[in-house]
Design a protein around this ligand. Sequence first.
Ligand SMILES: Cc1cc2nc3c(=O)[nH]c(=O)nc-3n(C[C@H](O)[C@H](O)[C@H](O)COP(=O)(O)OP(=O)(O)OC[C@H]3O[C@@H](n4cnc5c(N)ncnc54)[C@H](O)[C@@H]3O)c2cc1C
Length: 458
Amino acid sequence: MSYRSTSYWFDSIGSEPEARSALPGDRDVDIVILGAGFSGLWTAYYLSIADPGCNIAVIERDVAGFGASGRNGGWCWPEVAGMQTYLAEDPDGASRLRDAIIATVYRVGEVCEQEGIEADYKLVGGIGIAADELQATRARQVIAETRAYGISEDDHYWLEPDELRKHIRVADAVGGTFQNHVAAVNPAKLARGLAQAVEKRGVKIYEQTTVTGVEPGRVQTSHGTVRASRIVMAMNAYKAKLSSHKRDIIPVYENMIATEPFSDEVWDEIGLQTRGLFADRRRVFTYAQRTADNRIAIGGRTPRFHYGSRVDPSLDQSARAKRELANALRSMFPQLGDFEITHHWGGPIAMARDLATRICMDPKTGIGGVGGFMGEGVAASNLAGRTLCDILLERESELTSLPWVGKRSPRWEPEPLRWLGVNLGIVLHNVADSYEYRTHRPARFLDYMIDRLGNLGM
Ligand SMILES: Cc1cc2nc3c(=O)[nH]c(=O)nc-3n(C[C@H](O)[C@H](O)[C@H](O)COP(=O)(O)OP(=O)(O)OC[C@H]3O[C@@H](n4cnc5c(N)ncnc54)[C@H](O)[C@@H]3O)c2cc1C
């Protein structure tokens, strides 16, 4: 299999990644981590620093970074899924979580610097684009909500059209937002570099090894059994493939495309001189990055959920998603004219029933991990890794007291309800977007239905 074609980011590394060797048979270790994406690698990284004598193994079915970690939009941003829930349940905890996640964006950059990881990390800020008054109202509401957990006016603010144009020149925009503490990164370079840093500190990464079953003290794999008193599940969306975890999260597919590199003249017309990140403000939104080699990588707009929570490489790409992303780009930037799409890829994110990312560790079974990363795991996985490190080493800390630790999300409904509910939700969001686009009126009735649908069965 060519891993280079997994995403533009993998391709940009410039050579086919060589897979590490598989588990060479049964092994005893102190801690075993399942999955070498950001969650697994950050956990291994911080554990190896905090307890250099700890015998740690990471088991990866493909190669490090193969999952969402090597395929995402490269927004390293201060977001944690479930913040609204935490704010309602524990406002103090929510603002501590917010402070921690803001600091985390900088931590990722610091580790890149310290470990010599060339991941094109750059603090650029995130731009939100409002295409009409409804999107502008929604954007202002989001800014007001973030004030509730202590985000200041200097850190997330409204841009009038002329201010927006200083950052980016988008057709028909009525304004936008600017968010500080956001960095652009090449996620595959980050994941591959992090795996090397982890290995250098004595962690053993076994690739080409599939986890087939997990029970207290034992992990069964395609190449033998790993015995460990503590097991960290860091497979995010792929966890749905394990029958015992089928209803913990659902895998939802996202697609991205990357264009050819654009000339300086084209960038003079578009703006984004700081290699910026931008997103639109639809309900089913797009997010994009000007890459280090001057392309646009853009994703979003067409999430897909497959019956029975199927996860398979054959589902990664959707021709419709490719078309819609190209159209989104054309309507934002008519000045691009004809452009070539050089890369198209996709991958699964995990969605918990309450849309919240959670960290847990059951002291009785020794099994725990992190689950429910949607579109915010690039930074949040670092915070999760540091938190899991403290939990595994039984250290009580500020991190272990954050509100995403210790609670479990409700389980998803069995099929066919799950498939019907999730896809109806996706359709309602899309219909609401096109209704609002056509009429410039808020789709309140659809909001009501989306809300009712979300609460059914919980
Ligand atoms: C298209 C797309 C765009 C995104 N954009 C952004 C963004 O801009 N910013 C942001 O913050 N987040 C974004 N995300 C989300 C982000 O990528 C994830 O939240 C994050 O990468 C999750 O990391 P992870 O390590 O938990 O999971 P993953 O990276 O999915 O890692 C799980 C690992 O487990 C391995 N695995 C699976 N099954 C097995 C098995 N049976 N045995 C052994 N190993 C196994 C997989 O191969 C994989 O390497 C995006 C995601 C996608 C798909």
